[in-house]
Design a protein around this ligand. Structure first.
Ligand SMILES: NC(=O)c1ccc[n+]([C@@H]2O[C@H](COP(=O)([O-])OP(=O)(O)OC[C@H]3O[C@@H](n4cnc5c(N)ncnc54)[C@H](OP(=O)(O)O)[C@@H]3O)[C@@H](O)[C@H]2O)c1
Length: 194
């Protein structure tokens, strides 16, 4: 089975965005050093339009070939007129309201989200699945998350959108790698204990 990896940015106090989900307060920390890390290790987690703007269109995928996101997260791209924000990946968007996919590269998952993600995990591929968020979809898929890669930005925001919108249940993970950057960003990886 390949892995479902929740690759997510959060504040020190564990929020992935403000109360309305807005994560723009994190952008200033994407400086040269941190961008170098993303380019080197996780280039496919950068959105296609961002990669194009940085002249990184041709970077090969290193860890993931598939992305799963919720409709609210996908909406951020749609509002900018971008229908395929991760065109270099196979894109899956969970939605019960989008009756038709806005883009040939995007498949809508309208029923049995967990079952469909299990099918994707069972596919033969050398690359894993990038769970992009947001909180709602991550909460529903928590049981299927095999790996966490948490980019923590050095800010406290007091309240906001949690990493997982789910009920109380303890899931154990093993700490894997910790990387620190000059601007105070810390990236921690964890593997689920099965
Ligand atoms: N910090 C970060 O790295 C990061 C990363 C990603 C996102 N975010 C933030 O997260 C926010 C969005 O998170 P969110 O929790 O509000 O929403 P979300 O998880 O992105 O999307 C929720 C939507 O997904 C669909 N959905 C959920 N469960 C489903 C199921 N079982 N079957 C089919 N469709 C399902 C529904 O869409 P319909 O309403 O269409 O049915 C639901 O409204 C954004 O504001 C973004 O900024 C932050």
């Amino acid at each position: 089975m390949r892995k479902l990896t929740y690759f997510i940015a959060c504040s020190i106090d564990g929020f992935i965005g403000g109360p309305d989900g807005d994560a723009s307060f994190m952008y200033p920390f994407i400086d040269e050093e941190f961008l170098g890390f993303l380019k080197e290790e996780y280039p496919e987690t950068m959105a296609t339009h961002g990669r194009r703007a940085l002249g990184l269109d041709d970077l090969p995928n290193k860890r993931f070939d598939t992305v799963v996101q919720g409709r609210a997260s996908y909406d951020l791209a749609l509002k900018e007129g971008v229908t395929s924000p991760y065109a270099h990946l196979r894109e899956y968007v969970a939605s019960r309201t989008l009756t038709e996919s806005p883009d040939p590269n995007v498949e809508i998952i309208s029923t049995d989200l967990v079952g469909r993600v299990r099918e994707l995990k069972a596919e033969r591929s050398g690359l894993d699945i990038y769970l992009c968020g947001g909180a709602t979809v991550a909460g529903e898929l928590l049981v299927e998350v095999d790996e966490l890669v948490i980019k923590t930005y050095p800010v406290v925001i007091g309240s906001g959108m949690p990493m997982f919108a789910s009920g109380f249940e303890v899931s154990e993970f093993t700490a894997d790698r910790v990387r620190t950057f000059g601007n105070g960003v810390v990236v921690r990886s964890y593997q689920r204990k099965r």
